[in-house]
Design a protein around this ligand. Sequence first.
Ligand code: NOJ
Length: 553
Amino acid sequence: MKKDWWKKKVAYQIYPKSFQDSNGDGIGDIPGIISRLDYLKGLGIDIIWISPMYQSPMVDQGYDVSDYRAIDPCFGTMEDMIRLIAEAKKRDMHILMDLVVNHCSDQHEWFQKAIEDPFGKYGRYFYIEKKSDLIPNNWRSEFGGSVWDLLPGHEAEDLYYLHTFAKEQPDLNWENPEVREEIYDIVNWWLDLGIAGFRIDAIINIKKNLSWENYPADRPDGLASASKMLEQTEGIGEFLQELKMRCFEPHQALTIGEVFDPTGERTEEFIGENGYFSTMFFFDPIIPFLKESLKTRIQTFDPKIWRDIIFQKQKKGFFANVVENHDQPRGASVLIPEGDYSFYSVTALGSINLLLRGLPFLYQGQEIGMTNITFDSMEEFDDTAAKDQYKEAVDLGYSHEEALASVNRYGRDNARTPVQWSDHDQAGFTTGTPWQKVNPNYREINVENQEKEYGSILNFYRRLIAFRKSEEYGDLFAYGDLVPKYESEDTIFAFTRSHQNQKVLFLCNYSHDPKKLELEEQGNVIFVNYPQTTFEGKAICLKPYEVVVLELF
Ligand code: NOJ
């Protein structure tokens, strides 16, 4: 396997609005991030991806960019950003920005100019179409409702524009070479500023099915998910190859695509030796529990299904492994069976995240075991997607209580509550009023308390990351093969990792019941989440959620 510099690293996602406030306005900011760099360094983090901080009206929390070359004042200034890049470099850390170029904000000057002159230069930056037999078609946007809205000021002319996400996020027309040039300039401008690369938002959506054909309705609203077209649309590779050659390759940028590819058919094309990106997120293990119909969502988490999904695709590529992010509920709340949250289950989940093959990403707060929050009413949700999730549930015939319970469990706001730094007011996140409610469990779950306790989740993560990157095993975890083991045992999550003449066996009993397992091979214990490991002859007696890594003889 190619030994790229980033393959031995550990990455961390910051959702800036909720990370650390420095000026008491209740919103996390860049000086706040700078003040926590030493903390992240101490945790063992090398690469930091920060969700969008560009100028934005924040309809979708920064994923609606109104100026790609400006920092939104709520996060600070461009000087702060330059200082952040420099401070990270000093610590041998790398900053990744979020590249949001499937769409921009309706407040971006391109869209404003398109409104002024829909058939002029900037009108061609978007998908603006006159009403016809085909337009508006029946595609549903990701946040509910049609992907088509009337162009403001042009209602009488029946002019529509396309938006895959919220109506305030018009899609950019990648078919137009002028749009692509604008994007390449922006990307190169940021890379020249010294960032290491990008996480690339919604990139799979940039190629549209221009036949605008309708699809069979998939919900009672009569619409069909716009993502349906992705299965049929071809030609995205030309855009992505050009983006790579014009921007990423010359800068040797690290790029992580937000690409959904459940079948794995496109892994090689996207992230193989000559792929468009360095790697892409490995969402497969979390999505099946979240994105299916409401019935499936309410289904209880099944560790065996989850494990098998992970194993099916691990072999296919070197993915960016996640257990949660700003779009998903907390891993500790949905990937651990209800009632099983404990030091052991959380550290078992973390160990899987870190020791699988791939580039591990932690999401802020994961390292202390932050959990979902409970909101009492829909008014408490901030996220625009939550409102659609609620509506979907109600449309499907669920009661208000059931719909609310579903959004509470799976909504994106769960991961967007402020990071719990201490047990002081507002969890030490802000001296003001936080933009989003602090999870009331901050008095028990917070960084400051866990710093003081050797046996805390935080200190476990420190040991785990150090183990993953260690002199002795760093190459093995970065470049080693992965072979699933003991797959017939439903609750055992086990695999070997091997590299050159080294081989380790990762064993985890992902269950609240103890499990005795006859081992095929023996070895020395090199990593654990319990103080003691019990063997009985050739068997190992695994306690609930016990993790044991053996170096095989
Ligand atoms: C994916 C991002 O992660 C999500 O937060 C956002 O709403 C959509 N893309 C649209 O940009």
